[in-house]
Design a protein around this ligand. Structure first.
Ligand SMILES: C[S@@+](CC[C@H](N)C(=O)[O-])C[C@H]1O[C@@H](n2cnc3c(N)ncnc32)[C@H](O)[C@@H]1O
Length: 271
Protein backbone atom coordinates (compact mmCIF):
# COMPACT_ATOMS: atom_id res chain seq x y z
CA UNK A 1 0.00 0.00 0.00
CA UNK A 2 1.46 3.35 -1.06
CA UNK A 3 2.13 5.73 1.79
CA UNK A 4 3.71 9.11 2.47
CA UNK A 5 6.32 7.38 4.64
CA UNK A 6 7.76 5.66 1.56
CA UNK A 7 7.18 8.51 -0.89
CA UNK A 8 9.69 9.93 -3.35
CA UNK A 9 9.74 13.26 -1.49
CA UNK A 10 12.86 12.65 0.63
CA UNK A 11 14.93 11.69 -2.38
CA UNK A 12 13.53 14.49 -4.54
CA UNK A 13 14.80 17.03 -1.97
CA UNK A 14 18.45 16.01 -2.42
CA UNK A 15 20.49 18.96 -3.80
CA UNK A 16 22.27 16.85 -6.46
CA UNK A 17 18.91 15.60 -7.71
CA UNK A 18 17.44 19.10 -7.83
CA UNK A 19 20.52 20.26 -9.76
CA UNK A 20 20.26 17.62 -12.49
CA UNK A 21 16.55 18.33 -12.92
CA UNK A 22 17.06 22.09 -12.94
CA UNK A 23 19.34 21.49 -15.89
CA UNK A 24 16.52 19.72 -17.74
CA UNK A 25 14.00 22.48 -17.01
CA UNK A 26 16.51 25.12 -18.16
CA UNK A 27 15.99 23.78 -21.70
CA UNK A 28 12.55 25.43 -21.60
CA UNK A 29 12.14 28.68 -23.52
CA UNK A 30 9.74 30.78 -21.49
CA UNK A 31 6.99 32.63 -23.34
CA UNK A 32 3.52 33.86 -22.28
CA UNK A 33 0.53 31.68 -23.16
CA UNK A 34 2.41 28.37 -23.08
CA UNK A 35 0.91 24.98 -22.26
CA UNK A 36 3.34 22.57 -20.61
CA UNK A 37 2.96 18.96 -19.47
CA UNK A 38 5.00 17.40 -16.66
CA UNK A 39 4.64 13.65 -17.28
CA UNK A 40 5.18 11.21 -14.39
CA UNK A 41 5.41 14.35 -12.22
CA UNK A 42 5.57 12.36 -8.97
CA UNK A 43 5.81 14.64 -5.93
CA UNK A 44 6.15 17.66 -8.22
CA UNK A 45 9.84 18.56 -8.25
CA UNK A 46 9.93 19.36 -11.97
CA UNK A 47 6.50 20.99 -11.75
CA UNK A 48 7.92 23.39 -9.15
CA UNK A 49 11.05 24.08 -11.22
CA UNK A 50 8.89 24.71 -14.30
CA UNK A 51 6.70 27.13 -12.32
CA UNK A 52 9.78 28.98 -11.07
CA UNK A 53 11.05 29.26 -14.62
CA UNK A 54 7.69 30.59 -15.81
CA UNK A 55 7.85 33.58 -13.44
CA UNK A 56 6.71 36.59 -15.41
CA UNK A 57 5.11 34.57 -18.24
CA UNK A 58 1.38 35.26 -18.42
CA UNK A 59 -1.55 32.92 -19.17
CA UNK A 60 0.41 29.69 -18.92
CA UNK A 61 -0.90 26.26 -18.03
CA UNK A 62 1.09 23.43 -16.44
CA UNK A 63 -0.46 19.94 -16.33
CA UNK A 64 1.14 17.36 -14.02
CA UNK A 65 0.30 13.72 -14.75
CA UNK A 66 1.12 10.70 -12.59
CA UNK A 67 -0.45 7.37 -11.70
CA UNK A 68 0.29 7.74 -7.97
CA UNK A 69 -2.41 9.43 -5.88
CA UNK A 70 -0.03 9.69 -2.90
CA UNK A 71 2.61 11.52 -4.97
CA UNK A 72 0.05 13.86 -6.53
CA UNK A 73 -1.33 14.65 -3.07
CA UNK A 74 2.14 15.68 -1.88
CA UNK A 75 2.74 17.71 -5.05
CA UNK A 76 -0.52 19.61 -4.60
CA UNK A 77 0.12 20.23 -0.91
CA UNK A 78 3.55 21.75 -1.42
CA UNK A 79 3.28 23.66 -4.69
CA UNK A 80 2.89 27.38 -4.68
CA UNK A 81 1.59 28.69 -7.98
CA UNK A 82 3.07 31.70 -9.74
CA UNK A 83 0.84 34.63 -10.75
CA UNK A 84 -0.68 34.10 -14.21
CA UNK A 85 0.09 30.36 -14.18
CA UNK A 86 -2.58 27.70 -13.82
CA UNK A 87 -1.61 24.23 -12.53
CA UNK A 88 -3.68 21.07 -12.96
CA UNK A 89 -2.89 17.57 -11.74
CA UNK A 90 -4.36 14.46 -13.33
CA UNK A 91 -4.09 10.96 -11.92
CA UNK A 92 -3.69 8.61 -14.85
CA UNK A 93 -1.08 6.60 -16.72
CA UNK A 94 1.24 8.41 -19.09
CA UNK A 95 0.18 5.92 -21.75
CA UNK A 96 -3.22 7.73 -21.82
CA UNK A 97 -1.66 11.08 -22.63
CA UNK A 98 -3.56 11.93 -25.82
CA UNK A 99 -6.95 11.22 -24.25
CA UNK A 100 -5.99 13.18 -21.09
CA UNK A 101 -4.69 16.40 -22.63
CA UNK A 102 -7.02 18.31 -24.96
CA UNK A 103 -5.42 20.49 -27.64
CA UNK A 104 -1.75 20.84 -28.47
CA UNK A 105 1.00 21.81 -26.02
CA UNK A 106 4.33 23.62 -26.28
CA UNK A 107 6.51 21.37 -24.13
CA UNK A 108 6.42 17.96 -22.49
CA UNK A 109 8.80 17.07 -19.66
CA UNK A 110 9.35 13.55 -18.39
CA UNK A 111 11.75 13.56 -15.46
CA UNK A 112 13.24 10.31 -14.20
CA UNK A 113 10.42 8.12 -15.43
CA UNK A 114 10.94 7.05 -19.05
CA UNK A 115 12.81 3.89 -17.97
CA UNK A 116 9.65 2.79 -16.13
CA UNK A 117 7.46 2.86 -19.23
CA UNK A 118 7.43 -0.55 -20.94
CA UNK A 119 6.36 0.62 -24.42
CA UNK A 120 8.58 3.62 -25.11
CA UNK A 121 7.68 3.76 -28.81
CA UNK A 122 4.01 4.17 -27.99
CA UNK A 123 4.80 6.80 -25.36
CA UNK A 124 6.96 8.81 -27.78
CA UNK A 125 4.18 8.61 -30.40
CA UNK A 126 1.69 9.96 -27.83
CA UNK A 127 4.03 12.83 -26.90
CA UNK A 128 4.61 13.65 -30.59
CA UNK A 129 0.84 13.67 -31.12
CA UNK A 130 0.09 16.32 -28.49
CA UNK A 131 3.03 18.65 -29.27
CA UNK A 132 2.53 21.59 -31.63
CA UNK A 133 5.05 21.85 -34.49
CA UNK A 134 8.16 23.38 -32.92
CA UNK A 135 7.22 22.00 -29.50
CA UNK A 136 9.81 20.24 -27.32
CA UNK A 137 10.02 16.94 -25.49
CA UNK A 138 12.67 16.89 -22.75
CA UNK A 139 13.44 13.90 -20.54
CA UNK A 140 16.16 12.55 -18.31
CA UNK A 141 16.98 9.31 -16.54
CA UNK A 142 19.87 7.65 -14.76
CA UNK A 143 18.51 4.17 -15.54
CA UNK A 144 20.00 3.77 -19.01
CA UNK A 145 22.94 1.80 -20.40
CA UNK A 146 25.80 3.94 -19.11
CA UNK A 147 24.16 5.29 -15.95
CA UNK A 148 26.62 3.49 -13.65
CA UNK A 149 30.24 4.35 -14.54
CA UNK A 150 32.76 1.48 -14.06
CA UNK A 151 34.27 3.11 -10.94
CA UNK A 152 30.86 2.90 -9.19
CA UNK A 153 30.16 -0.76 -9.92
CA UNK A 154 31.96 -1.95 -6.77
CA UNK A 155 29.69 0.18 -4.57
CA UNK A 156 26.49 -1.10 -6.15
CA UNK A 157 27.62 -4.75 -5.94
CA UNK A 158 28.60 -4.35 -2.28
CA UNK A 159 25.42 -2.45 -1.39
CA UNK A 160 23.08 -5.11 -2.84
CA UNK A 161 24.98 -8.17 -1.61
CA UNK A 162 25.18 -6.74 1.92
CA UNK A 163 21.47 -5.92 1.90
CA UNK A 164 20.57 -9.43 0.71
CA UNK A 165 22.79 -11.10 3.32
CA UNK A 166 21.31 -8.98 6.08
CA UNK A 167 17.74 -9.69 4.88
CA UNK A 168 18.47 -13.41 5.12
CA UNK A 169 20.33 -13.34 8.45
CA UNK A 170 17.99 -10.87 10.21
CA UNK A 171 14.59 -11.84 8.82
CA UNK A 172 15.19 -15.22 7.15
CA UNK A 173 13.86 -13.78 3.88
CA UNK A 174 14.90 -13.71 0.23
CA UNK A 175 13.35 -11.52 -2.49
CA UNK A 176 11.09 -13.26 -5.00
CA UNK A 177 13.26 -12.87 -8.06
CA UNK A 178 10.64 -14.32 -10.38
CA UNK A 179 8.42 -11.32 -9.68
CA UNK A 180 10.90 -8.79 -11.07
CA UNK A 181 9.72 -7.34 -14.32
CA UNK A 182 12.53 -7.69 -16.82
CA UNK A 183 13.23 -4.12 -17.87
CA UNK A 184 16.19 -3.73 -20.15
CA UNK A 185 17.88 -0.37 -19.95
CA UNK A 186 18.17 1.42 -23.28
CA UNK A 187 21.33 3.04 -24.61
CA UNK A 188 21.41 6.73 -25.56
CA UNK A 189 21.47 5.65 -29.24
CA UNK A 190 18.35 3.51 -28.77
CA UNK A 191 16.49 6.49 -27.29
CA UNK A 192 17.64 8.63 -30.21
CA UNK A 193 16.47 6.00 -32.72
CA UNK A 194 12.99 5.77 -31.16
CA UNK A 195 12.63 9.57 -31.22
CA UNK A 196 13.84 9.92 -34.80
CA UNK A 197 11.69 7.03 -36.05
CA UNK A 198 8.70 8.89 -34.64
CA UNK A 199 9.67 12.09 -36.50
CA UNK A 200 11.40 14.03 -33.71
CA UNK A 201 14.61 15.94 -34.30
CA UNK A 202 17.01 15.42 -31.38
CA UNK A 203 18.56 18.78 -30.51
CA UNK A 204 20.43 17.79 -27.36
CA UNK A 205 21.64 14.52 -25.92
CA UNK A 206 24.16 14.69 -23.10
CA UNK A 207 25.53 12.67 -20.22
CA UNK A 208 25.50 14.67 -17.01
CA UNK A 209 27.90 13.39 -14.32
CA UNK A 210 26.37 13.54 -10.84
CA UNK A 211 27.81 12.93 -7.38
CA UNK A 212 25.28 10.66 -5.66
CA UNK A 213 25.53 11.08 -1.87
CA UNK A 214 24.83 8.74 1.03
CA UNK A 215 21.77 10.86 1.84
CA UNK A 216 20.66 10.16 -1.74
CA UNK A 217 21.07 6.42 -1.33
CA UNK A 218 19.24 6.51 2.00
CA UNK A 219 16.48 8.56 0.35
CA UNK A 220 16.07 6.13 -2.55
CA UNK A 221 16.07 3.22 -0.06
CA UNK A 222 12.99 4.88 1.52
CA UNK A 223 11.11 5.11 -1.80
CA UNK A 224 8.48 2.43 -2.25
CA UNK A 225 8.90 1.83 -5.99
CA UNK A 226 12.67 1.47 -5.71
CA UNK A 227 12.52 -0.80 -2.66
CA UNK A 228 9.84 -3.03 -4.21
CA UNK A 229 11.89 -3.28 -7.42
CA UNK A 230 15.12 -4.10 -5.57
CA UNK A 231 13.52 -6.62 -3.20
CA UNK A 232 10.28 -7.93 -4.71
CA UNK A 233 7.89 -9.62 -2.32
CA UNK A 234 9.72 -8.45 0.83
CA UNK A 235 7.70 -6.33 3.31
CA UNK A 236 8.59 -2.70 2.67
CA UNK A 237 9.75 -1.83 6.21
CA UNK A 238 12.22 -4.73 6.30
CA UNK A 239 13.55 -4.23 2.79
CA UNK A 240 14.00 -0.49 3.33
CA UNK A 241 15.77 -1.02 6.65
CA UNK A 242 18.34 -3.50 5.26
CA UNK A 243 18.94 -1.36 2.16
CA UNK A 244 19.59 1.74 4.28
CA UNK A 245 21.94 -0.07 6.65
CA UNK A 246 23.82 -1.72 3.77
CA UNK A 247 24.25 1.68 2.07
CA UNK A 248 25.70 3.20 5.27
CA UNK A 249 28.11 0.29 5.75
CA UNK A 250 29.23 0.29 2.09
CA UNK A 251 29.98 4.04 2.16
CA UNK A 252 31.96 3.55 5.36
CA UNK A 253 33.92 0.50 4.22
CA UNK A 254 34.80 1.97 0.83
CA UNK A 255 35.49 5.37 2.48
CA UNK A 256 33.21 7.14 0.01
CA UNK A 257 31.90 10.67 0.18
CA UNK A 258 29.88 10.19 -3.01
CA UNK A 259 29.25 7.64 -5.77
CA UNK A 260 29.61 8.89 -9.38
CA UNK A 261 26.53 8.36 -11.54
CA UNK A 262 25.51 9.63 -14.99
CA UNK A 263 22.20 11.11 -16.03
CA UNK A 264 21.09 11.03 -19.64
CA UNK A 265 19.40 14.24 -20.75
CA UNK A 266 17.60 14.46 -24.08
CA UNK A 267 15.77 17.33 -25.76
CA UNK A 268 13.86 16.66 -29.00
CA UNK A 269 11.76 18.95 -31.16
CA UNK A 270 8.70 18.14 -33.24
CA UNK A 271 9.56 19.74 -36.63
C1 LIG B 1 11.17 8.36 -10.02
S1 LIG B 1 9.64 9.14 -9.97
C2 LIG B 1 10.00 10.70 -10.76
C3 LIG B 1 9.08 11.81 -10.33
C4 LIG B 1 9.40 13.20 -10.88
N1 LIG B 1 9.22 13.29 -12.31
C5 LIG B 1 10.80 13.62 -10.50
O1 LIG B 1 11.67 13.64 -11.38
O2 LIG B 1 11.03 13.93 -9.33
C6 LIG B 1 8.78 8.25 -11.23
C7 LIG B 1 7.28 8.55 -11.27
O3 LIG B 1 6.72 7.88 -12.41
C8 LIG B 1 5.40 7.51 -12.08
N2 LIG B 1 4.99 6.50 -13.07
C9 LIG B 1 5.61 5.32 -13.35
N3 LIG B 1 4.97 4.68 -14.35
C10 LIG B 1 3.93 5.48 -14.71
C11 LIG B 1 2.90 5.39 -15.68
N4 LIG B 1 2.82 4.35 -16.50
N5 LIG B 1 2.00 6.39 -15.76
C12 LIG B 1 2.06 7.46 -14.92
N6 LIG B 1 3.02 7.62 -13.98
C13 LIG B 1 3.94 6.64 -13.88
C14 LIG B 1 5.51 7.02 -10.65
O4 LIG B 1 4.25 7.05 -10.00
C15 LIG B 1 6.50 8.05 -10.07
O5 LIG B 1 5.82 9.13 -9.49
Amino acid sequence: MASEQFSFKGFAEQPFYQGVNQRLVDSLTVKPGQRIVDLACGTGLLTRLILERLQGAKDTLVIGIDQSAVSLGLAMRDLKSAPGVMVQFVQTQVEHLSSTVQGSVDAVFLGNGIHLIPDKKQLVAEVFGILRPGGTFAFNSTFFEGGVPPESEQYYRRWMSKALRSLKSTYGLMPQRNKVEARRQLSPQEYRDILEQQGFSVTKQELVPVEFTLEGHLGIARYEDFVAGAMPGVPLEMASQVLQEAARQSYEELKLTFVPRNWLQVVAVRP
